[in-house]
Every structure is written in C-alpha cells, then in structure tokens.
Ligand binder design. Structure first.
Ligand code: PEP
Ligand code: MG
Length: 571
C-alpha cells in the first residue's frame, strides 16, 4: 500500500476508485520543426490559443445558475491570460528562433511566466502560477485534438464512487466535473486558497491538495481511501485497513447525522446561559450553509474575498448585490460584514508593492483609510444593503481611537452621498471593530464607549501578542492560543464589553475548535462565530457545559497566569 500526504482542505472520508485526469503538459511530444514550417506552426499555436480562449468565454456566457459565484471571474482571468501577448508572441518567437514545435514553445514560455509568479513572496500571487499552468494545459489539449478529461467519465462507470486524481484542476475543469458526482478530489499542486480548494469547499466534497506526485503514482481504477481530516491518501490498501476506514466513514456519517439533530436545539449551557453561535463566511453563497447549520446569524463575512482573484475592483452595485443577498438569505438574523481586510497574506491583484513587513504594514483599515474611494464605495454598498435587514459593519485591525473617528466620518459621508443620489439606505447601522491588535485589547475602554459591538479576531491577536507569523510553518509550534497572555487579553476584552453593555464575540479559529469551547465559556464568552461546518460540534459542547463552574476554574488559573489544562475543564 502506498500512503501519501497533502493538505486536507475539505473534511470527510471517501473510499472509491481513482479516475486519473489527463495532463497534456506531461504527455506532449517535444520536437524541432523544419524552418519552412515556422509560419504554419505559429499559426497552429495562435489558432489553438484563440480556440481555448473562445471556449472559456463561452463557458462564462453559459454558466449554470448554481455554479460557484467566483467561477465567472476565475474563467475570465484565464481567458485574459490567453490574450496576453507575452504568452503568444514569445512562444511564436521560440518557434521562429529555436524551431520548437508549438507544444514545446508554449510549455517553455508558460514555464517562464509560472516561475516568475512562483518566486513571489505573497502566497496568493504564488498560487497564480497555477493559473498559467492550467491555461497552458487547456491549449495543449486543443493542440492534441482531444479535450476528454477523464476517459471513464465519458464512458460511464459501474456505480462505484470515483475519486478524481489530477496534477491540478482548473476552474473550467471543475465546472465540467461538477456535472458528475465525485467522492473526492486529489491534486499534486495547489494550497488552501487554490481554486480546487475553493470549489471543493463550495461543493462540500473531501479534497486534499498539494500531495506532490499522486498523479504519477496512481492508475485508473486503483482503490483509494481519502482521509480529509489528516490529508492522507491510501492507495490499494489491504482489506483490514479498508474495513477500518469503511467503519470510520460510517461512524463519521453517523456522528454528522447525530449532530444534525442538534440543528434546531437551543445553544444553552446546563446552568441556563444562552449562547449565540454564528457563522463565518467568505462568499455570499456560503450563507446557505450557515442556515443549514442553524446559525444565529453571520458573525464574520470576510468581504475581501469579493475583491481578490480579479483584475478590477468590484463596483458599488456589485458589492451591494452581494451583501444584500446575504442579508436576504439570513432572513432577519444579524449579518456582520467586515470591511476590506486586505494586506499581509491577502492582496489585491495588481497590487505588487510589498511592504517591509506586510503584517505590520498598510493592511485592513489602514489600507482603507489610505484609499478613501475604495472605502467609500464599500461603505455605500453596505449602507444600501442594510436597508434589507439587520446588517452590522465590522472594522478590522483597529489600533487607535483616531481610526474609529475617521471611520465614523467616512460612514456619515457615505450616507450623505446616498442621500444626495436619493438611493435608499439604512440610516443607523451598528458599527463594531475587530479586537486583534494587543494595544486595543489592553486599552479597550474608550472603544467600548464608542462602538456598538466588538469581535475578537484571535488569529491575529495571537500572532501579534506572541510575535509569531501565523503563516510561517517554521514557527507554527509557537503559535499558542492557550498562552496565558492571549487568554488574559480575551478575558479583559470580554469583561470590559460586559461592563459597557455591548456584545462581544470571538470570530477567530478558536471559536470553532470544540476542544476550546469550555475554556471560552469560562472566559465569559457568550457569542461564537465559526465556519458553518464546526457549529454543531460547538453547540454540543455548550449544551454539556456548566458556565458558572467554568468561570471559577478559568478565572483562578488566569489570576496566576497559569496554563489552563483543557482536560481539567471536562465533566
Ligand atoms: C482573526 O484575525 O482572528 C480573524 C478572524 O480575521 P482573519 O483570520 O480574516 O485575519
Ligand atoms: Mg484578522
């Protein structure tokens, strides 16, 4: 049995047969052409480029209504890449100068472009190298005259679940694969923000990316076990392992079904404290998953995902439609939309300036206040969407009161502009801030007085408190949510908000980790916001907890700045 590891980006188990996706880039012939054939070869290449581009544009025009929302933008980016003269012209130069055949010239030029992206510091831009490889793959398929992705898919199969094994899966391929039902997706390339990951998440199908060389090792029809929890894949496992995973898969399904029964149960502790459980979303259509999970509202809509992976900024109208659609889907439940949190690990396309230290640079609210037009456009869209239901505006990375005052002025100016344009909008929208910079948590009182609510972003709060880059695997072991300093900042913020009578939530990853639910209840937390998939696990913990007893235990450990032993909070 071969066992391989990658990054599990969608949880769950799958057991099925491998369906290996063709990878023209690995299969094409490289040869030199005769000098008299240069013009014809170049023509063959440009025709294939145009054909592949037209195909993509057709796909955009005929997108199925239920296609993931970002699909049109992703396909458009790919069709624009095919129009890039750097690609066509320089590949034709290689044909003319070195007499490469079209496939060779195209892969060589693609490699040059992909490498330029691959060495960039920014993870998001690095992953754009994948876009280049994917469009090249598409053109190579056109050049080869075969556009079949999975031979057995076209031929049909005997009902066993199929698991797609690919070098990489482009958005256009994903669109084709969505039509058939697959049990899992496995790719050699890609990371947490790759398109495969994004689309697999929206389809809720287990997926492991960045495996390295699974496509080279697995053959069509091999039996595979996919463990999306640990990111591992087992190829042709012996029977006893297969039986074990059949048992795990069914236990997982039973546990999900049992948790499903909690969907409409109240999130109340044993001693009667009501807890709000809300959802974090990144795209408007994920609001449906929040409803399915029984969320009390949206605690964090990371609006920057509407701005990323595209070449122009979303207009006011486009943003308004996106925000309003979430408000409408949530049918009266509160919807907390965070303003653009760009910078650090999330950048806009075309924004190539790299700060000396991006996590401490012009990110989030600092970026918005430095780009008032971008901020004003978003605020107008938010105020308009707030006319449809209870929308709350959440500001990321606030560190001082001056920023709060500047935001309030910007909100008032946006409302005035809508008044002048006679566009309907809400007049009184709740304004809150993320508590994710230690300075704010330490000196929290004026913020409590000035704002309507707070949301603690523990992902960044931990990073800034412990001086540990949250994206740096070298120091990942030091990233410690249980550090007493972090917990004291959380406790201090919750207590101040309680005294000031404003609601406070935690919306960082800690809130969705059921092993920390009791500890957060012990810190006095009554509002948790997390990925919809985690909500019922947390609800189960809440319903088994005794909040007063937990508060006593946690407070006494924190007073002594002692590490809290999570096991001691059980029972
Ligand atoms: C956080 O920092 O905890 C948070 C929720 O925001 P993000 O992960 O988007 O930075
Ligand atoms: Mg943050």
């Amino acid at each position: 049995m071969i066992c391989m590891r990658g990054q599990g980006v969608v949880k769950g188990y799958a057991i099925g047969r491998a369906a290996v996706m063709s990878a023209a880039a690995l299969e094409v012939a490289h040869y030199r052409i005769q000098p008299e054939d240069v013009a014809g070869e170049c023509e063959r290449l440009t025709t294939a480029l145009a054909h592949a581009r037209d195909d993509l544009q057709n796909m955009v025009r005929n997108l199925p209504a239920d296609a993931p929302r970002e699909m049109a933008a992703l396909l458009t980016v790919h069709s624009l890449l095919l129009d890039d003269p750097m690609l066509a012209q320089q590949a034709c130069d290689l044909i003319a100068e070195r007499h490469y055949n079209a496939e060779w010239a195209l892969t060589t030029q693609g490699q040059v472009l992909a490498e330029q992206f691959a060495v960039m510091d920014d993870e998001y831009l690095r992953e754009r190298a994948a876009d280049i490889r994917q469009v090249i793959e598409r053109v190579l398929r056109v050049l080869s005259g075969s556009t079949a992705l999975l031979p057995q898919l076209e031929a049909g199969h005997d009902g066993e679940p199929l698991i797609v094994v690919a070098r990489d899966i482009s958005p256009a391929d994903m669109l084709r694969l969505r039509g058939a039902r697959f049990a899992a997706f496995l790719t050699d390339l890609g990371g947490a923000t790759s398109h495969t990951a994004i689309v697999a998440r929206s389809m809720n199908v287990p997926a492991i990316v960045g495996i390295g060389n699974i496509r080279g090792l697995v053959r069509d029809g091999d039996m595979l076990i996919v463990d999306g929890m640990t990111g591992s894949v087992m190829v042709n496992p012996p029977d006893f392992i297969l039986q074990e995973y059949i048992r795990r898969q069914s236990a997982y399904a039973d546990a999900r079904a049992e948790l499903g029964l909690l969907r409409d149960a109240e999130a109340v502790t044993l001693d009667g404290m009501a807890v709000k459980l809300e959802a974090n979303i990144e795209l408007p259509e994920e609001a449906e998953a929040a409803i399915q999970a029984g969320a009390d509202g949206i605690g964090l809509f990371r609006s920057e995902f509407l701005f990323m992976g595209r070449q122009s900024l979303p207009t006011e109208e486009e943003q308004y439609q996106a925000y309003a659609s979430v408000v409408k889907t949530m049918k009266g439940r509160p919807v907390t939309i965070r303003t653009l949190d760009i910078g650090a690990d999330k950048t806009l396309d075309g924004d190539l300036a790299v700060a000396t230290n991006p996590a401490l640079g012009l990110r989030a609210i600092r970026y918005c206040l430095a780009n008032p037009e971008i901020f004003a456009t978003q605020l107008r869209a938010l105020l308009r969407a707030a006319a449809h239901g209870p929308l709350r505006i959440l500001i990321p990375m606030i560190s001082n009161m001056e920023e709060v005052r500047a935001v309030k002025q910007a909100v008032a100016a946006a409302a005035r502009e809508l008044d002048v344009r006679k566009v309907p909008h809400a007049s009184d929208v709740a304004l809150g801030a993320m508590v994710e910079i230690p300075a704010m948590a330490i000196a929290i009182e004026p913020f409590v007085d000035a704002l309507d609510f707070l949301s603690i972003g523990t992902n960044d709060l931990i990073q800034y408190t412990l001086a540990i880059d949250r994206g740096d695997s070298e120091v990942a072991e030091l990233y410690d949510p249980m550090h007493p300093a972090v917990l004291r900042l959380i406790a201090h913020t919750i207590n101040a908000a309680d005294r000031g009578g404003i609601p406070v939530a935690v919306c960082g990853e800690m809130a969705g980790d059921a092993s920390m639910t009791r500890m957060l209840l012990g810190l006095g937390l009554k509002e948790f916001s997390m990925h919809p998939q985690q909500l019922l696990d947390v609800k189960k913990e809440v319903r088994l907890a005794h909040s007063n007893a937990l508060r006593v235990k946690v407070a006494s450990a924190l007073n002594r700045a002692e590490r809290i032993d999570l096991a001691s909070l059980q029972g």
